[in-house]
Design a protein around this ligand. Sequence first.
Ligand code: NAD
Ligand code: TYD
Length: 337
Amino acid sequence: MKNLLVTGGAGFIGSNFIHYMLAKYSDYSIVNLDSLTYAGNLENLALIQNDPRYTFVKGSIDNYDLVWDIFQKYRIDSVINFAAESHVDRSIMGPQIFIDTNIRGTQILLEAARNFGISRFIQISTDEVYGSLGDTGKFTETTPLSPNSPYSASKAGADMLVRSYYKTFKMPVLITRCSNNYGPYQFPEKLIPLMIKNARDNKPLPVYGKGTNIRDWIHVKDHCAAINLVLHNGKEGDVYNIGGENEWTNIDIVKTILKILNKPDSLITFVTDRPGHDFRYAIDPSKIKRELGWKPEYTFETGIAETIEWYINHQSWIDDCTSGQYQHYYDKMYKDR
Ligand code: NAD
Ligand code: TYD
């Protein structure tokens, strides 16, 4: 298990994972296949771009010929599939690309993996495939899938295909389902970096509905450590839930950010709710803790403070992400909302 294909490695979690793996293992080679959508950013990988163990290929996971060439040329033995359209709000504005990348792209990767034979295929899924919780309860690996947005439906579709390749072709596939990540290199369309950016700029902080929806936050490095354990020690055909057991209402997250940045709560603006907005996510991670010995290293207090500091120390990173198309997206999503 030394020639890894990481897809979507120029995005938030994928780039953190590449940094994590190259720092941890001296003898692994990583090929990063990423089509560089608006969310893909090679700046995230600037620190390792000349590392001889790392190769970047620009292209899509739904390009059959390219994927075939990569498996052959780099003798890929393991796949970690992060590549996806990942933002719920964008899936509401335009679902088609979510189907093309998240479902069709995953199927092409599975076919290539089947053709060439691999030791591991890790599908990076999400807790959102389980749908929404009420005030109580947690998602376990046996919770039925009940996705509510085009994004989560496309991820659930991919999970079903991955499962079918295990059942039908006995392929060594595993699925991880993680809760909301935070940390460095997250595109500022997602809650935490968006609010940090707007607070920095003294712009309104758009909170959907009443801000009472709940998410279960985990530091991206804890997620990467969990994926690594699943890659090496997980059981073929199994699903592993990953979560920080760290639930927050959105309004409390936003107020925490404002407090750390020493900005006034008056920047908060309540806006029209997201259609079909899932009320609460909460992961029960007891399986991965018990079976693989994983536990999160970060407390939220330390993690969020470090994360805010990272964004404040990387202002040009934020500014580069938010030049060009971003303003157009932002206006379409938030103007007159
Ligand atoms: P992201 O949007 O930051 O990055 C996605 C990356 O995939 C980008 O680099 C993009 O260029 C690339 N990409 C998109 N379409 C592609 C294609 N057709 N071919 C090749 N590359 C393509 O997303 P993220 O937050 O890093 O999420 C990574 C994965 O983790 C996704 O599969 C997502 O569903 C899952 N996930 C995310 C979270 C979270 O909180 N962000 C939580 C659980 C699971
Ligand atoms: P998001 O980061 O988009 O992740 P997801 O929807 O996949 O959980 O949103 C996290 C929560 O924050 C979600 O309940 C929606 C809410 N939210 C806002 O209130 N305002 C915003 O501008 C954004 C982007 C999200």
